[in-house]
Design a protein around this ligand. Structure first.
Ligand SMILES: NC(=O)c1ccc[n+]([C@@H]2O[C@H](COP(=O)([O-])OP(=O)(O)OC[C@H]3O[C@@H](n4cnc5c(N)ncnc54)[C@H](OP(=O)(O)O)[C@@H]3O)[C@@H](O)[C@H]2O)c1
Length: 326
């Protein structure tokens, strides 16, 4: 028997409760994992509170991220005792996820945990950190170099944004951080490596098709009018990596930055990211993230506290990371 957070639905309401399950209850998969840690993402908050349509079938064990130790494997790539990390692939949405003491998963979804990280550190990085790394890699792959100019990061104090600021700075880029909470987070963003802090309101004014060229590249987690403004200010031949919609999923822009300034727009998805790219990204994270990253606020909670934290994260009341110890 093992303990799990289980989501059920009654009269279209999502109910979250702790249940004792048996290994035979777990869904099919090649690898049985003793879960060490999961983490609480905004998406998990939406799933657990039922505020967002994240869960595709009930009952569901939430948790889009997990780290753990292989207990049994019928796949040659993994053996008992191996440490692994999982993010995405619809786990915690359509396949039972990380908020349980055991999980059974498809071997194709797993990545060996880089030696430098322990389970808790990997969950402090989680989906948000992996996505940030993929965005940074997109800027590097677009051949935008530190000497070309500053890189703008929007939603800078969020999970993705704060790791993106850290990684860019570690790679020698000058980083301008756009945030709606400059007063609260400005100092922290500077500590992570931002050289310039810009109030989000500056980027919420309507964008002209083309504005003054100010940035060699950008990582955008916000979308909508903020992204439109960003695009209008990108230098000739610059590149923008986008992964999020914190400000909205529309994009009120024009073709002008693309056809007159050769600006390139690269979408970034971490959920279905193929194994090789995923493994390389985890490797790069282990090389680039400084020890100071792990000094940020991180609350370690038990399964019993998750429902309350899920409500808080959907109300914007959580600062820093929340990891769940199994
Ligand atoms: N494509 C993928 O694979 C993938 C993976 C992970 C996440 N995402 C998406 O990426 C985005 C960021 O994720 P996250 O984990 O970093 O989320 P997060 O921790 O909630 O951070 C989002 C940040 O965006 C800013 N923001 C919030 N509301 C805003 C608004 N109404 N208008 C403008 N800015 C706003 C805030 O930063 P400031 O206070 O600093 O302004 C906030 O901290 C989300 O939309 C998420 O769904 C995508």
């Amino acid at each position: 028997m093992f303990k799990a957070l289980v989501l059920e639905q009654e009269d279209k309401k999502t109910l979250a409760g702790i249940r004792q399950l048996e290994t035979s209850d777990l869904p099919e998969g090649d690898v049985l994992i003793d879960v060490d840690y999961s983490s609480l993402n905004y998406k998990d908050g939406l799933a657990i509170t039922g505020k967002g349509r994240i869960v595709r079938q009930f009952p569901m064990v939430p948790g889009i991220d997990l780290t753990g130790t292989v207990a049994e494997s019928s796949d040659d790539r993994y053996k008992a005792g191996d440490k692994v990390v999982l993010t995405g692939w619809g786990v915690g949405e359509g396949h039972w996820g990380g908020m349980a003491e055991k999980a059974r998963l498809n071997a194709d979804w797993l990545v060996p945990l880089p030696q430098k990280f322990d389970g808790k550190q990997a969950m402090m990085i989680g989906t948000a950190g992996l996505t940030a790394m993929l965005c940074v890699q997109a800027i590097v792959d677009a051949d935008v170099k530190p000497e070309d100019g500053e890189i703008l990061v929007t939603g800078a104090s969020g999970g993705v944004g704060s790791v993106a600021v850290t990684l860019l700075s570690q790679l020698g880029y000058k980083v301008a951080a756009v945030t709606g909470r400059a007063e609260v987070n400005g100092e922290l963003l500077k500590k992570l490596g931002a050289t310039t802090i810009i109030e989000r309101s500056v980027f919420e004014e309507p964008a002209r098709p083309l504005d003054k060229q100010l940035w060699a590249g950008a990582i955008d987690t916000v979308g909508s009018k903020v992204l439109a403004k960003v695009l209008s200010q990108i230098n000739y031949n610059g590149a923008v990596a986008i992964c999020g919609l914190a400000g909205g999923f529309d994009l009120p822009t024009t073709v002008m930055p693309f056809i007159l300034r050769n600006v390139r727009l690269q979408g970034v998805d971490s959920v279905m990211c193929p194994f090789e790219k995923r493994q390389q990204a985890w490797q790069r994270l282990s090389e680039l993230l400084p020890a100071s990253y792990f000094e940020q606020a991180c609350r370690e909670v038990a399964l019993e506290e998750v429902a309350e934290c899920a409500e808080a994260i959907t109300n914007g009341q959580i600062t820093g990371r929340v990891v769940i110890k199994l």
